[in-house]
Design a protein around this ligand. Sequence first.
Ligand code: MIC
Ligand code: SF4
Length: 640
Amino acid sequence: MGNTIAEKIIKAHLVSGEMVAGQEIGLKIDQTLTQDATGTMAYLEFESMGIPRVKTEKSVAYIDHNTLQSGFENADDHRYIQTVAAKHGIYFSRPGNGICHQVHYERFGKPGKTLIGSDSHTPTGGGIGMLAIGAGGMDVAVAMGGGAYYIPMPKMLKVELTGELQPGVSAKDIILDVLRQLTVKGGVGYIVEYAGEGVKKLSVPQRCTITNMGAELGATTSIFPSDEQTRAFLAAEGREEDWVELSSDADAVYDKTITVDMTALRPLAACPHSPDNIKSIQELAGGKIDQVCIGSCTNSSVADMVKVAAILKGKKIADNVSLSISPGSRQVFSMLAECGALTDMIDAGARVLECACGPCIGMGFSPNSAGVSLRTFNRNFLGRSGTKDGQVYLVSPETAAASALAGVFADPSELGEIAVPYELPEKFRINDSGVIEPLDEEAAKTAEVVKGPNIKPFPETRPLEDKISAEVILKVEDNITTDHIMPAGAKTLPYRSNIPYLSKFCFEVVDPTFAERAKAAGSGIIVGGQNYGQGSSREHAALVPLALGIRAVIAKSFARIHAANLVNAGILPLTFANPDDYNLVTQGGTITIDNIHRDLAEGHFTAQVNGHEVELVTTLADRQKEILLAGGLLKYTSGK
Ligand code: MIC
Ligand code: SF4
């Protein structure tokens, strides 16, 4: 039996376990990335391991999420990351150099290698044939120290691409169609592999749009073959020597296959407040809009930006629309300047922002009350834009640009040839002035790591108790995201290294009284529905509940990264054996789970819930059970 592309890379990096779906496997990690919002924690965790130099082939620390520096907190965090990177063998990508995923595939990623990153969109690297996976900061810290990265062996899902994109239809519409077919839960437990005749016609930036937003499927990662398109892209980046060919075997077996007919595809939008709430632009056409934001790690390549500029050229955006454009990297930005596309954007009335995450993570540019915002981004979760009743639609750059001109939802396929994909140049403008190399081993020995006063110690974890009897502080519905649990945005991002302060905002958009009530109770349980913790990789969504005394989270099902983060933080994640038992739980009631140590081995627990006996289960791997008993990953790792 042949192998899929992902199976080939896994095989070459397997350090423990068997490649049997659902069983835990350990992978050797070649590269890591962090960004500033998760990086401070990850490096504090790495430092606590006492390892002088990273053991990966390449580790890169990016500053891209919070570049506002609206106070000393942020600037201090950046200085900390820069100094800790220099000392421990990590490349540092300065603020303004670009969004981690965009810069990583341009300058560092290599086909066939493994990459984990403390950001859920790390799978973007799958567009150049990497096995690139989003992880919590602690897992990244362990990988930097040479430890393996553990995941349940995923199943394989094939997306067969047929036909050819028509003018005005783009890679974004392909992934929106996949989301329509599979939903935000449809990728859980799978690696999504793209195959078929259509693949050859997609350039690397187009592929990266698709793999990036595969995160919204809940998939472990997504991957494309490494072929002539990949070689051409790497050659244009001056790194042809990094190319290797990668393809699946003809007799590779997939657990599931879906098809996207690119010829039949029309421009689509993900409507509020979920990336799988898909409608066609035709259905929405003519609807009023207030704001358009172009950029983010999904759609900020030079190919996307040049198309946008071509649509805007010589025209003026509608009076009712505010348009922002953030190029994905310094490389993209300078190429736009060089070819004149930047002038076309400026002249059309765009506000050109820094190469950073910006509006995507609520760093300014929040829409007006109930405002309709069209964004080329990947997430439209409730409140993420910074405006709770903001109506965010996720669209392609072509749809965004056409709508910014029209002042209403507009279908770019009516623009004809202007919206035809841009041919990548043979050479990109390469300028690595935004990347600082680490110190050599000798200099690193005496180098100082600078920590500002905003960096507070890591919250205390505790070994798993034998009995948990605690109040249900919060009961929530299906598809709760990490943006609900630990909101980001300009108000809170400066405090990503200050858990006590951050904890005030926990679940703010769902129930502003949560933090106070949890603190007052001293210990507590959260109960959730399906796909609890989808979205971001931020381990803060586990560390903050930990600091607020949460001992266990019981849900119908969990998103992969969040479940791993809970375990790493020493919080017990359990699922209902019978999902209907969720209905027996009342917020404010007490749940008691006895004999936890005895029952952990089998993974079956009996809980007392409002006078009923309820069966709870866990499918955690033995290693994860040991982590819980030790009191979290850091204690487990240091005790070894
Ligand atoms: C996001 O898109 O939600 C983020 C902000 O990039 C997060 C990381 C974070 O919360 O810092 C992610 O995707 O993991
Ligand atoms: Fe940044 Fe948005 Fe991408 Fe997250 S999804 S890495 S916030 S651009």
